[in-house]
Design a protein around this ligand. Sequence first.
Ligand SMILES: Cc1cc2nc3c(=O)[nH]c(=O)nc-3n(C[C@H](O)[C@H](O)[C@H](O)COP(=O)(O)OP(=O)(O)OC[C@H]3O[C@@H](n4cnc5c(N)ncnc54)[C@H](O)[C@@H]3O)c2cc1C
Length: 592
Amino acid sequence: MSTSTKGGEFLIKETEAKDIFIPEEWNEEQQLIAGTCHDFLAQNVWNNLDRIDSQEEGFMPGLLDKAGELGLLGISVPEEYGGFGKDFTTSMLATEILGAGHSFAVAISAHTGIGTLPILYYGNAEQKAKYIPKLASGEWKACYCLTEPGSGSDANSGKTKAVLSADGKHYILNGQKMWITNGGFADIFTVFAKIDDDTNLSAFIVEKTFGGISLNPEEHKMGIKGSSTRQVFFNECKVPVENLLSERQNGFKIAVNILNLGRIKLAGAAIGGSKVTVTKAVEYANERNQFGRPISKYGAIRYKLAEQATRIYASESAIYRASQNIEDAIKALIAGGMDEAKAKLKGVEQFAVEAAILKVHGSEVLDYVVDEGVQIYGGMGYSAEAPMDRAYRDARINRIFEGTNEINRMLIMDMMLKRAMKGELDLMGPAQKVAAELMSIPSMESPDDALFSKEKSYISNFKKAILMVAGAAVQKLMQTLAKEQEVLMSIADMMIELYVAESVLLRVEKLTGMKGEEACKEQIAMMRIYLNDASDNIHKSGKESINYFASGDEQRMMLTGLKRFTKVDAFNSVEARRTVAAKLITENKYCF
Ligand SMILES: Cc1cc2nc3c(=O)[nH]c(=O)nc-3n(C[C@H](O)[C@H](O)[C@H](O)COP(=O)(O)OP(=O)(O)OC[C@H]3O[C@@H](n4cnc5c(N)ncnc54)[C@H](O)[C@@H]3O)c2cc1C
């Protein structure tokens, strides 16, 4: 794989299909790990969903214990701390498969992600040696306490306080945290609090046995009912000074960096849940007869199945493309002499734009998939006796936690611009080139006849559309851009569509090279469906921004340019969706 790709560069650089990783390339060991995760769900979780959702005493911690025994809590933990030390892409695969575990998926990902990683990545040698082996084995369960009643999206504004004791041996914690996943049974709490009147948060490793911790009863939630969610109160909680994590006032940075990781992992889990939902939807559509035929014979149902699969396949392409980029970046940093834990954080940080894109896309794909899953099930979709009810309710949280999708959309543009300002990403040069192209006579040159040349030209034009709109937005709105949220959201939507569309094209190109065109006809159809819709979506979002900040001749010129850059040839999407649906219906499962 290529090691030269930088985060955010997808907007200005061409990527070659050979340089991306595609899920069709999983090796035997990775497939084995995926199989273990799948078997775990089948043997312990899917047959116990009611017990999990009723929060039967001790059941969820017991499941985590079992997962620990199998090594599922330590897949990415280094071997010296009792884990398997697997790479980023492999841990993404495990996250994806386990993502279909409803509330269990939330518990295990909170434990292995936001629960364990702050200590693994920011802890000193003693802290890691003390906590990580027990977290990797499941002997200790972890949670992450950032959110407070008055401080959610604005995470750095928390009021929880830490004050050094008179003898200098402890920090005394006082405050209230809210929505804490695994709070009901956690042994280890990573707590974010401000020392004295600091501007920024600090982070502390707090053991339940330190005392001064009390919990509210379980929250009554719309979904993920089996996931423990508590308010946690710290009342004169004595934390030894050696349990300060990293440095004073470094907590917000820890929180943000851990969230970068959480976001891409959430996307993987969402895709795992989506695939299982589609399998159930296809099975039901094949079994359920109305008007004398299985409902899978009807175009209205076929459309939904094909669209569900297309969005999943596209999102998955982007997730593993970014995961491999992250893994390559980590390896390059380690080769350059960086400490492993630091390299892992830096690697993900470099792809924070992509992580935010994937979080939004993955969670919205899942929402689409479960919503249409309910619809395919008809009345049974609304029944608590059938699986879609739980899938629908459990999915909804994903657009809210790990940074709401609004916050993530705004971060996409914000992070891109910051990179440009730091000189890490040359956005202005390419944007000016597009502006100049806009003034020139359009080229009549058409792409050659090689397979996918046309689609590649679409992608390169989508990039121009975004550079044109984003470049003009920066120029025209300047200082106020950060507050022009509708514009930021529209541009983010354009970037999300571009990144995912390009990823699915590159995946299908690589796959076709491996297997031949005939063997990939459904994948090619899904890619073309996605690109066709992406052109409309990018056009719509671009138009909204242009109509806000441009007027007169300039507005007309930009709208014409936008039309030119999002133009695609006529495409028979009905036929393409039928091709995809036919395969799903024959296989009776999500099969791509
Ligand atoms: C089931 C569950 C589990 C959770 N688990 C954890 C956990 O383990 N640990 C933890 O620390 N937290 C956890 N959270 C908290 C979660 O991360 C927050 O709920 C989330 O970050 C949103 O914060 P909030 O609820 O305060 O919403 P708010 O920040 O009040 O947001 C309300 C709405 O306003 C929007 N909004 C907010 N600010 C802006 C802005 N500047 N511009 C535009 N729109 C804005 C949001 O997008 C949202 O639509 C969990 C939450 C839930 C529901």
